[in-house]
Design a protein around this ligand. Structure first.
Ligand SMILES: [Zn+2]
Length: 381
């Protein structure tokens, strides 16, 4: 029989329901529905609002998920910096900070800096009651069972590092670890494309990765490696070595790192995707040309992805997301894909930018911590 957690899930899914709606949708008895809703109200998981309709002379109040029930922490670790945000359960950012640590600093230093930053943010933000959990994203594959990085190609020292245990020991709250492109994909889908249930987010920064949302859920693959297109081999580039050690990877040919290398050779010093992003923002013509060329190569690989998954949206994000990148991807993606796979496809630039991962991490954490099973267990059923 559906417990209070199932009722909460229904209400979260629909946004808002009345007691009458719950009665109708669950088929439970009036008494059971009352007991479930009272338990959720007592636990502070629901709030009752307004009287927007009157049925049979009685005001009918709307039940809404209490987005102030907890505050969550979302930390995105990148190749050049890390950002930490506090959000409410609706994903609204209450406070955020950016710290000067990155994957190359190794796990212990990075996670300690995140802990310190989190405590500082909690301290200086008003109205933060209890922390419901921390979500952290990293630029590499994550084992879905253990939450540990799984042979990440560009994260030296992080392979199998116990991120969940480290952060749980430090902060004493539930921890969720996600690949960065996965988190950003979910953020884009939930916030910018809520009507599209399937979306591929292609992150082009210092490296290249893809996050896949199918049926409204992140698809991770058996080992957390789904969407790791950065190390697909590109024909004709056997002479270019990738950061992962192999030759001819997409990331070695078309990432921000590769463009930074080409720019440096042209006398324009750059070392990372952030540097390339800065040249793009300044309207540098060489960078625009190289970025469009990179987009063409990326489009070839994404054409295969699109033919395989038939998503409704391809969203380009990361530091290289720009008009030239979008133009390049479109040039090769459409001619190389089956018409059926692209008939309703939209290829666009991220609208959330760096906040995509924050929104996605918050959503992943809330989906897990407030799932029907978790709430039923917490309320002793
Ligand atoms: Zn590689």
């Amino acid at each position: 029989m559906p417990g209070p957690g199932d009722v909460l899930e229904l209400i979260r899914d629909r946004g808002t329901l009345t007691r009458g709606d719950v009665l109708e949708l669950t088929g439970l008895s009036r008494m059971t529905v009352s007991a479930r809703i009272d338990a959720l109200l007592d636990a502070g998981l629901l709030v009752e609002k307004g009287t927007d309709r009157v049925t049979g002379g009685r005001p009918s109040r709307r039940l809404i998920f209490n987005d102030a029930h907890a505050t969550v922490v979302a930390a995105s670790v990148d190749t050049t910096h890390t950002s930490v945000a506090l959000t409410d359960l609706a994903g609204r950012i209450l406070a955020e900070d950016r710290i000067d640590v990155a994957v190359s600093d190794g796990p212990a230093l990075t996670l300690n800096a995140i802990t310190e930053c989190t405590l500082h943010l909690i301290d200086r933000t008003e109205g933060v009651s209890h922390i419901g959990g921390i979500g952290i994203s990293v630029p590499g594959p994550v084992d879905p069972d253990t939450g540990r990085p799984s042979q990440p190609p560009i994260m030296p020292g992080w392979d199998a590092y116990p991120i969940p245990e480290h952060l749980h020991d430090a902060l004493g709250v539930p921890v969720l670890v996600s690949n960065d492109a996965d988190a950003a994909a979910l953020g884009e889908q939930r916030r910018a494309h809520p009507d599209s249930r399937s979306l591929c987010f292609v992150k082009v920064s210092s490296g290249i990765g893809t996050g896949i949302v199918l049926g409204g859920q992140v698809y991770r693959g058996a080992d957390g490696g789904a969407g790791d297109i950065g190390h697909v081999k590109i024909a004709g580039h056997d002479d270019v070595q990738c950061q992962c050690g192999a030759y001819g990877c997409l990331a070695a040919v078309a990432s921000g790192g590769a463009i930074a290398h080409a720019l440096t050779a042209l006398g324009k010093p750059a070392t990372s995707g952030s540097d390339v992003g800065a040249y793009l923002a300044a309207g540098d013509a060489d960078t625009a040309r190289l970025t469009q060329e990179a987009g063409r190569v990326i489009g070839e690989v994404v054409a295969t992805v699109v033919s395989l998954l038939n998503p409704a949206e391809v969203v380009l994000g990361g530091r290289l997301a720009s008009a030239p990148l979008l133009a390049g991807v479109r040039e090769t993606l459409y001619p190389r894909s089956l018409p059926r796979a692209t008939r309703h496809l939209t290829v666009s630039q991220s609208t959330l930018g760096e906040h995509a991962a924050t929104v996605g991490l918050t959503a992943l954490l809330i989906d897990r911590e407030y799932s029907a099973a978790a709430v039923n267990a917490a309320l002793g059923r």
